[in-house]
Structures are given as structure tokens and as C-alpha cells.
Design a protein around this ligand. Structure first.
Ligand code: SAM
Length: 355
């Protein structure tokens, strides 16, 4: 058993402290808290611990609403209230943005801190089914998880109650994962397929509507054509007026304003220019966590007046915009709290071409 004194919270929601040249990460702690922890993993001066006992509690600590919180690694902030969670995330984002000239970070909070997710991924191993834990990869049962929106929770409850019978009938392997997804009053169950197989949609529908409103307030009418890279079905521009819009994505059904293209291909821009000859006054981009290193190439080619970059990984987002900061300035930065109770958040960076 070792003792800790937490200094700050890192981007993964873990309490951090340093001792004798080693750095320690202990989830579910808060700044200035003291206590005892158990070592889970230790390598080259980095140690991951598990909270055993608190000897000094933060005044910001509350009793977690979910009974699984202490054992499950799915949520990270239920030991403090929502305003403190938002404060921690904003501080994290501000640290990441330190090299980017910008105004204050604006925050779009979620109305629901729990009961919001419309999609979950469960892992199973023979009779056991639940969430996979981050450090150990163990599966733990979470029958009273509070993260799902009500209709999905109902499906989840029914699914669990039939699990033993279902498991015996299934042709799927004895180990794997299954995704439960609720959209447009329909439930989908995907066995052993990649995340969001069949087309990506945002997991927090009520907040997604607010994001569409935020983008509407920012742009209203788009002049000069809109290019939406990693656009799915055009979710971000759903409420906008535009003369012409082209959405580019790997998985959409190609039609008049959707182009099916692997944007990570070296020659993606060349292929796109052969298919679409328009100019664009506005570019939206919303890539996966890995970001889009090709951004500057596309921006140099189209030179749009306006650029909006939404991301679920601010680190890759910030790296991607650095090469265009000479010709584009940041006018707004938003932290979108799409995944309350967890360390994840989305960010929107709004940019304009410098005159
Ligand atoms: C974060 S989602 C955003 C989708 C959309 N903006 C929305 O809000 O629903 C990222 C999108 O990138 C697409 N994508 C992933 N890899 C891609 C690739 N190599 N080329 C093009 N699109 C890709 C996914 O299909 C997904 O629709």
C-alpha cells in the first residue's frame, strides 16, 4: 500500500502526483485529496494505481449516483458534481490550447449528465457480459448502468435477462462484443462488428440538436458552397441554408451531395477534384480521433473563407490546424460536452481566412 497526494487531473480524468521521479495516475480522485492506493501497473517511471482509501477528501467530492462507479471504468467524474466536471474539462482543454491564440473557451453543456447514450458496446466471454475495464481488460457486469437513454436501457435490461438462453443459441464465437443501438425508434444489435457499423451518428441526440443550433447561429446562410469532410449524412449542416453542399465520407450512400471516398488516401484530393469541380466558400470537418493530417492540403487548394473543425480528440485537432494558422485566425472555440460523466468531450474550432 502506498500514499498519494493529488496535484491535478489529467486529460483521462485521472488524479496525478509525482514522487521520487515517478509519476502516478489514480482514477476517481480529486486535486488535494490524500489517501492510500494499490499499484495495478508500473513501468519505466509511470505507475497506474487504484484508490483504496481516502484520508483527506476534497470539498468537491460527492457520493456517486451510480452503484457501479467505483468498480467500472466507463465513467470518470461521478464523484464530483457536473459543474466541477465541466471546470476540470475546460482546464484540460485550455492546457491543450496554450500555443493557439484564441479567446475564452465557450462551453455547451449537456442537459442530461446520465441517461443520454443511444449506443453501447458490451463485451462477453461465455456467460459473462458487461463492460471491458480499461487497465485490466476484465469484463464486469453493469446491470444498473445509468449512462443509457431510457429506451436503450429497456432493450439492455431485456437483453441481459435473456442472455443465458440467447448465448446457447448463438452461432457467434464464445468471446466477443455486441453493440446495442437505438435510433428512430428502432433497435439494432450488431455482433462482433466495428464500432458504429452501418453508419456513424452522434450518441447524445439531445445535445447533437443543440450543436446543430449552435452551428446555425454561427452561419445561418452559407455563401459559396459548403464542403463537409468526414460529414456522414451531413449532420453538422442539417439546419443550414446553402446553395450547394457536398458531404465526403467513407460510408455514406453516394448521391447528389454525398461522395464516397477514403479521405486518408494519399491522393484523396486528386480523386475528389475529378468527381467534383465546384469551389467552396466554407469547409466543415469532423474526423475520427486520429484527426486529418491532409487538412492543410485541402485548405490550401480551396482557400475557403470559413472553416469549422469539430473533433472528439482536441490534441489531433490542434495539431491539424497549426499549419494553417498563418492564413486563418480562430474566432470561436467551443467545448461540447457530448459525453458527460466521462473524460471525453468534443471541441469545435471556428476559423476565418485572414484578410
Ligand atoms: C466523428 S464522425 C462524424 C460524422 C458526422 N459529422 C456526424 O456528426 O454524424 C467521423 C466520420 O468519419 C468517417 N470516416 C472514418 N474514416 C474515414 C475515411 N478514411 N475517409 C472518409 N471518412 C471517414 C466516418 O464514417 C464518420 O462518419
Amino acid at each position: 500500500m502506498d500514499r498519494f497526494l493529488i496535484d491535478h487531473i489529467d486529460p483521462l480524468g485521472q488524479g496525478v502526483f509525482k514522487k521520487d521521479g515517478e509519476v502516478f495516475f489514480i482514477p476517481k480522485t480529486l486535486p488535494d485529496e490524500e489517501g492510500i492506493f494499490k499499484i495495478l501497473k508500473q513501468k519505466k517511471g509511470v505507475c497506474f494505481g487504484q484508490l483504496e482509501k481516502l484520508t483527506k477528501k476534497s470539498p468537491d467530492r460527492i457520493t456517486p449516483e451510480c452503484r457501479h462507479f467505483n468498480t467500472c471504468s466507463g465513467c470518470h467524474f461521478l464523484h464530483t458534481d457536473y459543474s466541477n466536471e465541466l471546470k476540470i474539462k475546460t482546464q484540460t482543454f485550455a492546457r491543450m490550447l496554450r500555443d493557439i491564440p484564441h479567446l475564452d473557451i465557450k462551453v455547451l453543456a449537456s442537459d442530461q449528465r446520465l441517461h443520454y447514450r443511444n449506443r453501447i458496446q458490451l463485451h462477453y466471454d461465455k456467460n459473462l457480459i458487461g463492460f471491458k475495464q480499461s487497465k485490466t481488460n476484465h469484463i464486469i457486469a453493469v446491470p444498473d448502468c445509468l449512462i443509457m437513454q431510457p429506451q436503450l436501457k429497456q432493450v439492455f435490461d431485456d437483453f441481459l435477462s435473456q442472455w443465458q438462453q440467447q448465448r446457447r443459441r448463438l452461432k457467434e464465437p464464445t468471446r466477443g462484443h455486441v453493440e446495442l443501438y437505438f435510433k428512430n425508434n428502432e433497435i439494432k444489435i450488431n455482433w462482433n462488428k466495428p464500432y458504429a457499423s452501418g453508419g456513424f451518428t452522434q450518441v447524445n441526440e439531445p445535445l447533437n440538436k443543440k450543436v446543430q443550433d449552435l452551428i446555425l447561429a454561427q452561419y445561418g446562410e452559407i455563401e459559396g458552397g459548403l464542403l463537409e469532410l468526414f460529414g456522414g449524412e451531413g449532420n453538422l449542416s442539417h439546419k443550414l441554408n446553402f446553395d450547394r453542399r457536398v458531404c465526403v465520407d467513407l460510408y455514406t450512400d453516394p448521391n447528389d451531395d454525398q461522395v464516397n471516398l477514403d479521405l486518408f488516401k494519399e491522393d484523396a484530393l486528386k480523386i475528389f477534384k475529378k468527381k467534383v469541380t465546384d469551389d467552396f466558400g466554407c469547409v466543415f470537418i469532423d474526423p475520427p480521433r486520429s484527426g486529418f493530417k491532409g487538412l492543410s492540403k485541402w485548405i490550401e487548394h480551396y482557400r475557403p473563407k470559413n472553416l469549422l473543425y469539430m473533433s472528439c480528440n482536441p490534441i489531433t485537432q490542434i495539431n491539424d490546424i497549426k499549419p494553417i494558422l498563418e492564413s486563418y485566425e480562430v474566432s470561436d472555440i467551443w467545448l461540447i460536452d457530448f459525453f458527460p460523466s466521462t473524460f471525453h468531450f468534443e471541441s469545435i474550432i471556428v476559423m476565418q481566412q485572414k484578410s
